[in-house]
Design a protein around this ligand. Sequence first.
Ligand SMILES: NC(=O)c1ccc[n+]([C@@H]2O[C@H](COP(=O)([O-])OP(=O)(O)OC[C@H]3O[C@@H](n4cnc5c(N)ncnc54)[C@H](OP(=O)(O)O)[C@@H]3O)[C@@H](O)[C@H]2O)c1
Length: 368
Amino acid sequence: MSYAIIGFGAVGQALAAMFARKGIEISVASRRPPEALAAQAKAIGPTVTPKTLEDALEADVIMLAVPFWQHRDVAGVRGSWQGKIVIDVTNAYGVPVEDLGGLPSSVVIAQAFSGAQLVKAFNHLPAATLAAAPAVNGGRRVIFVASDDDTGAASVKAGGTTWVRAGLARKTRGGRHARAGTGPELDASDFPGFLQAGAVKMYDHVIWPERYDPKNSAIYALNDIDVKAPAEVVWKLLVEAENWSSYFPPEDQVHILNDTRELMLGTRYSRMTVGFPMSLTVTECEPFRRLAWATTVDGDETGSSAYHGWVITPTDEGCHVLTEETQQGDFFLDILGHKHPGGLYRYHQDWVERLAQAAEAEVANKAG
Ligand SMILES: NC(=O)c1ccc[n+]([C@@H]2O[C@H](COP(=O)([O-])OP(=O)(O)OC[C@H]3O[C@@H](n4cnc5c(N)ncnc54)[C@H](OP(=O)(O)O)[C@@H]3O)[C@@H](O)[C@H]2O)c1
């Protein structure tokens, strides 16, 4: 992996210092020739190399640290961005929402760098804070990372740990910035290291029936986790739905209505979730890889529904588990969206963490 920072002002230099502290080679560029950046680059560290804009943009990972509208000039330098990772550090301060066509600024940038995988990061901290040591008052200052792909599902994976995942919030009302996700601590000093590990990575995601696509949904959550257990172990814990409560206590009222013990394609089952009875039908089932179901709320007259999928990807150490759900309609908006904002994300985070613990415990038991 090779890295470049485009824009060598306050933020560009703070980012360069992060890479320099880790001894990672990084190119820097602006509109000025490399010689004009040489003294400052040298002052930051020997791994910081000024290049022409064209040469710097050959890097695999490009951090965009230019004033917002300057992204268009940078985007115009190359004919194709296919295969590149662009980390958008810009903020659209002072840019009227109308000038962005009502889109979040990160989506405007993603469109300009069409073909690249866009990641939003670092923009929420002032340059000086970004450059400072992340340990503060006994805690660690975190950075937020958001990414997206065509269907709004992506993961930014960090050296074995998935840190933060969030869509780029195509549907934010009046918002112009990407919505930052929250997750386990990732501080600025970790970031170069996990990039170096080749770790910004996209996983397969849920295949949405059109009406359930995140673009058409009021509520959406994506959670994922690395599990040190084979996909087969995780799969069993997922399809034996009546047994979910053995590792995830809130799901203690699940009843499979067909004559099977496991979830399969077409299986109907019922659940009590947040105190409401739900009816569910399995709509996708690819053993050990993919499982999804559609949900309606019993007695609900608003036509509310939800779609929940799981994707398991084998990894060197076991598997990666990703789960996504979208919810539509007044029932979910009222019960979950308004009364428990963020509730769906937290519920699923708890679920994937307990699922991972249960799978890993099973592997440990067998080994022991
Ligand atoms: N400052 C902060 O605390 C902070 C924090 C988070 C995010 N941000 C965001 O980060 C971005 C950069 O902010 P900054 O404070 O670092 O700005 P800055 O100090 O003004 O630096 C901007 C850099 O971009 C370069 N540049 C401008 N147009 C360019 C182009 N077309 N191609 C290549 N390089 C170009 C400039 O160099 P030349 O003039 O030599 O081209 C300069 O090095 C902004 O979008 C800002 O909103 C800032």
